[in-house]
Write a protein that binds this ligand. Structure first.
Ligand code: C5P
Length: 244
């Protein structure tokens, strides 16, 4: 199976470059992309991003920048220098921070997306943060991101159906918290299966531990890819995929 625009993004949450590259070498860039998050980037930095690029993989640099506008803009510019496919910031950084991030990324640079409410947040977490109706805020935060010219948001697949009208023009919904049927949620609170997330209108699905912690990660990924292939939304045209 190959796909012009793979929907699955494998979260390479590993403590060192060797473990991450060991799995990455078994991935087909035509079938999936990879995500470098805080753990791997703290351990291995830009070198591991370069190594993943050398393997032909598209990299989502998931460092969730959230700081004053100038600092976030500078960080986004350095991420763009690395040639990554996608980078993200926290929508809760506010309109000026989002606008500064947008302005820092040159045309043709990485896709810039905003994290709305973390998929690990359950009602108790949101109440403790004073974000009682946090899930309703996902739409407001998504609108802020779109108004600032971002290319999409990270949200849970639970919220994706309520954001479909925002997708016109290529605004993307990236959903973590993906779990195969019956798999443990780990620390996630807003989970969906691959087919549920695609049916909910997600464009890209981030899958971490169900693949990376599986006894046979390559086999676990093959199962995910088959499910995604079977469920892929037919109404997204090939032209639109290529543009993205
Ligand atoms: O292992 P699991 O599939 O839960 O991994 C999900 C990945 O997506 C992690 O790397 C996590 O940092 C990331 N993520 C998330 N929720 C967000 C944004 C990113 O779980 N809102």
């Amino acid at each position: 199976m190959s796909c012009k625009d793979p929907a699955i993004i494998v979260a390479l949450d590993f403590p060192n470059a060797e473990s991450a590259l060991d799995l990455a070498r078994r991935l087909d860039p035509a079938q999936c992309r990879v995500k470098v998050g805080l753990e791997l980037f703290c351990a291995a930095g830009p070198d591991v991003v370069r190594a993943l690029h050398d393997l032909g993989l598209s990299v989502f640099l998931d460092l969730k920048f959230h700081d004053i506008p100038n600092t976030v803009a500078s960080a986004c510019a350095r991420a763009a220098d690395m040639g990554v496919w996608m980078v993200n910031v926290h929508a809760l950084g506010g309109p000026r921070m989002l606008a500064a991030a947008r302005a820092a990324i040159p045309p043709g640079g990485p896709r810039l997306i905003g994290v709305t409410i973390l998929t690990s947040h359950g009602p108790d977490d949101l109440a403790a943060l004073g974000l009682g109706d946090g899930y309703a805020r996902v739409r407001g935060l998504s609108l802020l991101c779109r108004e600032a010219g971002l290319d999409g948001v990270v949200c849970s697949a639970h919220e994706a159906p309520g954001l479909q009208d925002l997708r016109a023009g290529g605004f993307m919904l990236v959903t973590p918290g993906i779990r195969p049927e019956g798999a443990p949620p780990d620390d996630q609170r807003r989970t969906r299966t691959i087919s549920e997330a695609l049916a909910a209108g997600a464009d890209y699905l981030v899958v971490g531990r169900p693949v990376t912690r599986a006894p046979d990660p390559a086999q676990a990924l093959a199962v995910c890819l088959a499910e995604a292939q079977a469920a892929r939304r037919p109404e997204i045209s090939d032209t639109e995929r290529e543009y993205r």
